[in-house]
Design a protein around this ligand. Structure first.
Ligand code: SF4
Ligand code: SF4
Length: 284
């Protein structure tokens, strides 16, 4: 079973929901796909170790063999190859998407050698709560989010059947890719105008992808929930839980003690959310 935790806006509490659900569900591997800013390991007090590099192809020109025909520069959609005054190709590395098209069209054997650059890492670590955490992390200054996300997702799918994907904020292409194949999407939102606006983006995305979706309202009590209720009715996606905005939840966040491991009344709310999610999946 794949449960994806999403929500258009950043800071709505996706990671809080993901980590607490992972503790309650136990048999699941938690996968942090928020590769630009993964933070599940921080909430779970896990040190990321033994990262596997995510490598991207880049061409290495061998000027001994290169004839300067320019075909590699012509085919490059990212304008990552320029020809110098002598007509020799030069790589603008930060523009290279690693598609290998230049190598494929080059008519001269050995004129382009294979080289790689590391754009991120994938970590696989045990947590002290009895489940595994897989984390994708994009290197600072790198832009190949998609590549790191796909490799992390691929690795997770190879390793386990029961997965929780904690996705990034937003509703762009990489979120599409992260959500694809989910049995259920949990859209975490907050009762603010921005929360509702971004929730609609994610609900639109999941309805387009025909994915079963439920809504969790975090920080319940800080604002009007009417807009969220309207969206729930408009898309036919039920609200399966309201996590109150409380001092206890905030304290548990900063002390890195997951709410479900405290005696706070909110721990019960997470338990109910878990059960509602499982019921919804069973009904599909
Ligand atoms: S396509 Fe090959 S031979 Fe032609 S310029 Fe590029 S590297 Fe050189
Ligand atoms: S690998 Fe693709 S993006 Fe990079 S230089 Fe070659 S054609 Fe351009």
């Amino acid at each position: 079973m794949i449960i994806s935790i999403s929500g258009g806006k950043g800071g709505t509490g996706k990671s809080t929901v993901s980590t607490n659900l992972a503790i309650l569900l136990q048999e699941f591997t938690l996968v942090d796909l928020d590769v630009e800013a993964p933070n599940d390991h921080i909430l779970l007090n896990v040190k990321l170790t033994d990262g596997i590099p995510v490598k991207l192809f880049k061409p290495k020109f061998n000027h001994e063999y290169c004839t300067g025909c320019g075909k590699c520069a012509e085919v490059c959609n990212d304008s990552a190859i320029i020809l110098n005054r002598e007509g020799r190709p030069m790589l603008l590395e930060e523009l290279c998407a690693g598609c290998t098209a230049c190598k494929l069209v080059c008519p001269v054997e050995k004129a382009i050698e294979e080289d790689f650059k590391v754009v991120g890492y994938i970590y696989e670590n045990e947590t002290s709560y009895g489940f595994k955490l897989i984390t994708g992390e994009l290197l600072e200054g790198e832009e190949r989010t998609y590549k790191v996300l796909l490799e992390t997702k691929r690795k997770a799918l190879k390793e386990g059947k029961n997965l929780i994907f904690d996705t990034a904020a937003g509703a762009g292409n990489s979120i599409f890719k992260a959500l694809e194949g989910s049995d259920i999407v949990v859209a975490v939102t907050e009762p603010t105008p921005f929360g509702a606006r971004d929730l609609e983006k994610i609900l639109y995305t999941t309805s387009y992808l025909k994915l079963k979706t439920v809504i969790v309202i975090n920080k319940s009590g800080i604002g009007d929930e009417e807009e969220i209720v309207d969206l729930s009715e408009k898309y036919g996606y039920p609200i399966v839980g309201r996590i109150p905005y409380s001092e206890g939840v905030i304290r548990s966040y900063f002390s890195k003690t997951p709410v479900v491991k405290t005696k706070l009344p909110e721990a019960e709310v997470f338990q109910e959310i878990k059960e509602r999610i499982l019921e919804e999946v069973k009904c599909s």
